[in-house]
Design a protein around this ligand. Sequence first.
Ligand SMILES: [Zn+2]
Length: 207
Amino acid sequence: MALTDRDYAPPQTVDEALARLEAGNLRFVRGEARFPTVQKEVLAELTRGQQPYATILGCSDSRVPPELVFDAGFGELFVIRVAGNVLGPSIMGTLQYASLHLRTPLFVVLGHEGCGAVKAAIASRFDGSQQAGRIEILLEQIIPALDGLDPQAPPAELLSAGVEANVRRVVRELLETPEAKARMADSGMRLVGAVYELETGSVRFLD
Ligand SMILES: [Zn+2]
């Protein structure tokens, strides 16, 4: 399928941005993804600057590449990937850059089913398992999100609940930042959580 200029024109509103992601994921799920080979006129256009319409904070997991999952082209998504899609100083700095300089209207915290980082955090929180030092520091970012989960639940259910709780906690923390408060008040900026389903390839946006 040929890409038109319209496909590369940035969405004008946050609703259009979200609709663009949803439509891209639907193409991906249906096996109709375009995975565009970028033409040289597009590359030339992109040398003038970037105007991504969404910032995605996702997991480093090799099975969840945001550009492919949303069937998005070059210059469309500003992507941060870190195990467990957690926050931390460098991540916050990157998000602040996206907010203040790129002014992407849409921010998505994208967790995924079967997340190894969340699984390790659950094992640490409920079974007292230990990881190497720097991994422990990473898990400390996830563990507080697990409060209130039922450790007696079947493992798959517990992991699924942990993944969603981790996404929701990161969203809540980001909503508390002064930048988010200011941008939510003054413009059509939106921050949403989402969970990618490994089996179906589908992204479920959370309320
Ligand atoms: Zn993961």
